[in-house]
Each structure stands twice: as C-alpha cells, then as structure tokens.
Design a protein around this ligand. Structure first.
Ligand code: MN
Length: 539
C-alpha cells in the first residue's frame, strides 16, 4: 500500500538537491511510506565515509529522519553522544548494505548495524524533531529501550547539533560501546568484509527506487534475472511481437533474422538468441552501464554487414527509456543518449540492432570526470597473441608494483584491455597522461613489439598501447558486450591468473557459453565498482 505523502516529498528536497535526477523524469523517493500501517522502523548504519560514523535513522512520515553519530549509539545511560541532524533519506535506503562509489555523496561502505521497530514518545514525531526533542523506544537487535535525541545548537548555516542518550531503564548497560559490536544484523559481516565483497552498490545519483544496484552477477540471489517464463515467452513469439521482460513491454522485431553468420566453427545466431543473451547478461552488465551515456554500435543487417555508430536516442523510442541530454552537445551533435539504468533498456538497445555496447568512461552527472583509466593493448597485423600476452603481463607486474587495483578483459577480437577504477576528480587529460606514462614505461621493456605512431600504416604491423581512448565520448567496448563476428564472441573479464592459461584466447568466450562461465566464476569486473583509488604519481 504505497502512498505518496506531500510531507515526505518536501522532506526529501535536501536529499535530492545533493543528487542529480535530471537524467530521468521519474520522481525519486516515491515509494516512501510503503511500510504502511505496521510499526515504524528504524535502522542504524555503520558508515565508513571520510570519517567513520553511525547513521541513526527513524521512519517518520514515509522518510528516514537521520542523525550521524560519530561514536555510535550506546546503551550506557551515563554517556552522551554527539549527533548531527542530517538530511532525511529515502525509505528505500533502510536496508541498504554495500558500497557507495567514492566521488558520490557519502562514498564508502555501509552495513546495517542494527534494525528494528520503534515507538515514538510523541504523537507527532515530525513535530518533535522540528521542536528539537524526540523520544524513541527502540526494539532492535542491539539497541533496546528508551532513547532521547535533544537539539543543543543550531548554527547560522542551519547545521544542527544534537545529543543522543539512553535512559536509565531495564535495557541500560554501563560502559556499552558500539564498536565492540561491529557486525551487521543483516549479514553478520563487518564493514571490512562487506567492502571486500559487496552485494550492493548505492547510486545516490539515481532515483531512490533504482539506486540500490545488485552486484552479485547471475550467481547472486538478489539479482533481477529474467525468469524462465519470460525467456520462454520470447521463444514462443513469431517473427515479431510484444515481449514482457523486466516488467516492461518491448516490441521486438525480425526475431528469426541471422545476426551472427555461421562459420566452420559456429552455428548462425539469430536476433532472438541475441535478445535472450542481452536479457540474461543485463543484470550482470548493468553496474558498468548505469549512469553512463551509451554509444551504440549498430549492425541491423547482421555482423557481416557494415556497422555504424548510433548515439542519438531516436525520437520514437519509448518514453520509459532512461536518457540523458548532453548539455555540451553542439548543433548537429548527438544530444539525447540512452542510459541503461534498468535491464530492459539493454534489451531495447539489442532489439534496435546495437550488437556492441559502448558506455562512456564518465558518469552523466560529471561527463568530464572519468571513473576509469583505460589501457588498450591494440595489436597490429604482425602482433601475435603471445605478444599481446607479454604486454598484458608486463602491465600486470606494473600494477602489482604500484599496488593499483585493475581488471583485465579480452576484447572478443584480438586484444586485451585493462580497466583501472579511480575516484572521480581527475580530468581525461590527467588519466590520458598517466596511462601514456605507464604504457611508455612498460613498453620500453619490449620496444620491438610496439609502435607509437598514430597512423595504422606507419606502425609496421606492431601493437599500440592506445592511451588516447582516455577522452570524453571515446569509448571501449563494455564488459560482456558481444562483438560482430561468427559465434558472437564476447568482451570478457578475466582474472590476472588467466593470462598464464595456455587456453586463453582473446575471442574465446562466446555468447552461448558466457552465462555458464559467469555462473561459475561470478563477475570478475566487480573490483571496478570499489572506485576508492587514486592514481599514484609515476616516478
Ligand atoms: Mn552516513
């Protein structure tokens, strides 16, 4: 029984102000109040952002009234904890546990440290908060009994300092310290454990209903996967029809057309099969596509025809498709981009003939700030696969030495790329310079393999380490995207150890086998989602 209360909407204004919802017209926080008539809930999240603190949040009028408590709440009635009244949070945040990308508001890791229901001491708790004193009886797993929040100071900027105390009641425990009870009541894990293997990412730049993004790949329990019924419905369609997928109804066309031609090694692949793959892979690929403009490499007449770039979301595209208007687009440039913020949007792109998916290196809210530095080992005509591996292993050694987190993937063609997650801040000119310096240092070990010439014909068939892809609106193929070739090879994340696997091939992962591999290995690009890393100065 969702209701949208006007007070909730007003309360979320400050939350929204810190975030950019301009990319979609959907209201954020509109699920507020979904808890209905049950007892109101509370949550305490242990949040390691710039500073460790505990966020104490009470469900009031469909939003989470929130205080940041640096030392954490305590059951000790003799202790008074400083608390800072912070903006209301959307109700969807109440069970969030995972990571918030650095560079975003509150970047860091979050656990659900305690949760339960509460009874307000006042008839109108929102009015009590406004008046500066809130009484709450908590029924949590760790926190029990009667608490009081009292406002002590309000500075001229509107910042409110409060105190949080526990009353003398039967739940009082002298000397009780939150830091001695460090585990999540949701998962039993500590912040460190969640950071090392997060289930979810909170994208505070997205509307609240979409902001909690599952990271677990197809092996994870919470991922919104297409159901067997949804996939069977695609199989049952004639050559065209309406397909219900991920809660959307898509018109899909030319389903029996061969998109990937056959070869001696490969059966032909139809568009129907490609759409099935796009639906299966969408929940896995989503974290690398969400929040980013998508450049579509379209091959509507199949992988053996000439493809072309299509960036502008066509005017006839369905209204629900998430999109972004590039404010810097010049006359004649593409202006409206598809943003794959939900899995159905990727299926839409696939049906549109986008065989290859190229998401921007930056997020739409800061298009000039890359979130990755990219290394592109681009083989020349006379570069062998062994040469590519030599170059990739040299980069592996360099990253180990630098203690920089980086993830390799094969391109699905002939090369290898290495993606390096970074905190936002540096410009493309900074990442480009850094990658150039790194690659030239690495390349100096094997000068015979490399050319630094821009023109292909001047490279004498040698490989190039292409740092110039670190630029706005220049893209590398997204992880898990197919490539236009027989068998539909996939640009596949690999582990660093696989560089030593004699069976590794740059085009050895294909559409038909990728879902099985992911079920076994998980999503090897996940370390990219913990972007709390700065590029070290290269000496
Ligand atoms: Mn916080």
């Amino acid at each position: 029984m969702a209701r949208t209360s006007a007070p909730a909407a007003e309360k979320l204004t400050a939350y929204r102000r810190k975030r950019d919802f301009s990319r979609t017209s959907e209201p954020s926080g509109d699920a507020a109040g979904a808890a209905g008539a049950a007892a109101p809930r509370f949550v305490v999240q242990r949040h390691r952002a710039r500073r460790l603190h505990y966020d104490v949040r009470f469900e009031i009028d469909g939003v989470l009234a929130s205080w940041a408590v640096p030392k954490g709440p305590t059951l000790d009635p003799a202790a008074r904890r400083a608390a800072f009244h912070v903006e209301d949070h959307p109700i969807e945040y109440i069970d969030f546990e995972g990571v918030i990308p650095s560079g975003e508001y509150g970047g860091g890791d979050v656990i659900v440290w305690d949760a339960g229901t509460w009874e307000p001491g006042e008839a109108d708790p929102a009015a009590a908060v406004a008046a500066g004193e809130l009484h709450a009886e908590l029924h949590g797993e760790k926190l029990r009994g009667r608490f009081v929040l009292v406002r002590t100071r309000q500075d001229s900027g509107g910042k409110e300092q409060w105190l949080l105390l526990h009353k003398h009641d039967e739940f009082a425990v002298p000397g009780w310290d939150a830091e001695e009870h460090p585990r999540s009541v949701l998962s039993g894990r500590t912040n460190d454990e969640v950071l090392a293997d997060p289930d979810r990412m909170w994208r505070s730049d997205l509307p609240a209903g979409e902001a909690s993004i599952a990271l677990k790949g197809v092996t994870g329990a919470e991922v919104e996967r297409p159901s067997p019924d949804e996939l069977a419905a695609l199989d049952d369609l004639p050559a065209a029809g309406q397909w219900q997928i991920f809660g959307r109804e898509l018109r899909v066309t030319n389903l029996d057309k061969v998109l990937f031609p056959g070869s001696t090694d490969h059966e032909p692949i139809t568009k129907r099969e490609f759409l099935r793959y796009s639906a299966q892979i969408a929940p896995v690929a989503l974290p690398y596509l969400a929040g980013r403009a998508l450049n579509m490499h379209r091959f509507p007449n199949g992988a053996d025809s000439k493809g072309f770039w299509h960036k502008e979301l066509p005017a006839h595209a369905a209204g629900w498709l998430p999109r972004w208007e590039n404010p810097e687009a010049d006359q004649g440039d593409s202006r409206t981009y598809l943003v794959v913020n939900e899995p159905a949007a990727l299926v839409w792109a696939a049906n549109f003939g986008a065989l290859e998916w190229h998401a921007w290196t930056s997020l739409t809210d800061q298009p000039r700030q890359p979130t990755y530095a990219l290394i592109d080992i681009d083989p020349g005509d006379s570069t062998s696969w062994q040469d590519v591996l030599v170059l990739a292993r040299l980069h592996r050694t360099a990253f180990e030495h630098l203690r920089v987190r980086a993830c390799p993937k094969v391109t699905g063609r002939r090369g290898i790329q290495i993606w390096v997650p970074i905190s936002r801040g540096p410009r493309f000119s900074d990442t480009r310079r850094w990658v150039e310096q790194l690659s030239k240092t690495v390349g100096a070990v094997v000068p015979e393999l490399l050319s630094w010439k821009w023109e292909v014909r001047e490279r004498a068939g040698k490989a190039r380490l292409d740092y110039t892809q670190n630029a706005i609106n220049k893209t590398l193929v997204a992880p898990y995207s197919a490539r236009p070739a027989p068998g539909a090879p996939v640009s596949m994340p690999i582990s660093w150890d696989e560089l030593d696997d004699p069976d590794l091939r740059p085009d050895g992962f294909a559409m038909r086998t990728v879902p099985q591999r992911i079920a076994e290995q998980g999503d090897l690009f996940r370390p990219l989602l913990n972007a709390d890393q700065q590029l070290p100065v290269l000496g």
